[in-house]
Design a protein around this ligand. Sequence first.
Ligand SMILES: [Zn+2]
Length: 286
Amino acid sequence: MRIKCFLPHVRMPRTASMVFVDLCFREQSLVLWEYDGGHLASTYSALAILSILGDNFSRVQKHSLLMSMRKLQQHDGSFTSTHMGSETDLRYIYCAVAISVILKDWNGIDKGNAIRYVMSCQSYDNGFGLSPGLESHGGATYCAIASLFMLGCIYMDPLSKEASSTLFDVKGVIKWCVQRQTKSGGYQGRSNKDPDACYAFWVAGSLHLLGAGHLCNVNALENFLGKCADKHGGFSKWPGETPDILHAYYGICGLSLLGKPQLKCLCCKLGISTEAAEKLELLSQV
Ligand SMILES: [Zn+2]
């Protein structure tokens, strides 16, 4: 498949991107505009962008960011996204965990409480819902699996005979994920829903983290994503729709998981390239 960039003629200079992200920093966390409060998803996104751009985080007020984040954790272990209040669900657990990994500091999170909350979100069919009792969902399942992976609850090779999870049925989650690949080759986010390009990352990524990436029908998924690729560039959520940034990003992430040689390898747990993730490792050695 030939992969076109999204809006290839519009490129934000690297330094300008850094300045924009830098402008979004405030005393406690990251904000999108001057009078916005900090938001966990914005914070994760900004740190991921800085990682990709190779920033050294010298301007990140790490201590206050983590102390602010810790106050967002609720008694049940979940996180709310802002100090003004919002939903509390697996998305923000993932953001808090990813932020801790990027900053290499777990002082902003009660890990045990977070793990308990993640496990409380597992549904009867072994997938994960966004909150306890909710329907299993591909995005929520990725947030749960990636969080548990980064929290050290999943072995590097979870399907090996030696490894066994006392927390959850690994094979059961894998089965749920495998069943999300539809006849069209694309993954659906929930049972009986249409396939959507972004789940090439959320669901195939979960399989990858569980050591079961080989259970993805690679040719079928590539064929589906090829139909979602717009002739003018980018990916739409399903064939024939207008492309958008989110589906372009996760469509490309999905192709990277398939091992396309023209794409960088993906660090599945953080949603950035392994090259960017390796820069984080180098930062810790400075
Ligand atoms: Zn989508």
